[in-house]
Design a protein. Structure first.
Length: 188
């Protein structure tokens, strides 16, 4: 069995923990076109630091073949490093100006079986949900493996808007079958 782990590292989780209690000033992203998804990058700015959430392709083992798959990452950056990956496009700023009360890290365990034999175990971070002090949630969800899109949502109970785990399970043909388990990690 092959195991792949592309979840946010413990070091990244520690950085997320330090954000709790800080004012989220704004986030930056490409303008929405046909859906609330943007290409490859979202900037998150607090009063004293900025971060980039990216979802860019890398050549990786994708269930037995080398493919360009999008990997969801989170890095501290200078605000000047946050820019559109679309030539000639300017990012828009969405003000928040609210204190971050909680973070929900959405992780998945995707398993691929051939008959009863497990071939792959893949752990990944599907998304991150910021919960503000007034209860408003702002979510950034990684799209499917081959898409560099990040879906942005604002509202309440946003985990309910995430693509269902069954999408992974139903995408295989016999003799292969998939299993997906989602786990939300609450950071307070």
């Amino acid at each position: 069995m092959i195991s792949i782990d592309v979840r946010f590292s413990e070091k990244k989780v520690e950085i997320l923990k330090k954000m709790i209690g800080k004012e989220l000033v704004k986030y930056l992203h490409d303008p929405f076109m046909f859906s609330p998804s943007v290409y490859g990058i979202v900037g998150i700015c607090f009063e004293d630091e900025c971060f980039a959430i990216t979802n860019l392709t890398e050549v990786r083992d994708y269930y037995g073949t080398e493919e360009d798959v999008a990997i969801f990452k989170f890095e501290q950056v200078n605000e000047m490093e946050i820019h559109s990956f679309i030539e000639g496009e300017d990012l828009i700023e969405t003000p928040v100006n609210s204190v971050l009360k909680q973070i929900i890290l959405v992780n998945e365990k995707q398993s691929l079986f051939k008959g009863n034999d497990q071939m792959y175990n893949v752990d990944l971070t599907r998304g991150i949900i910021f919960v503000m002090d007034d209860g408003l949630q702002i979510s950034f969800e990684k799209n499917v493996w081959f898409s560099e899109d990040i879906t942005i949502q604002r509202g309440y109970n946003l985990i309910e808007t995430y693509s269902p785990e069954s999408e992974f399970c139903e995408s295989w043909e016999s003799p292969y079958n998939g299993k997906c388990e989602r786990k939300c990690i609450v950071i307070e």
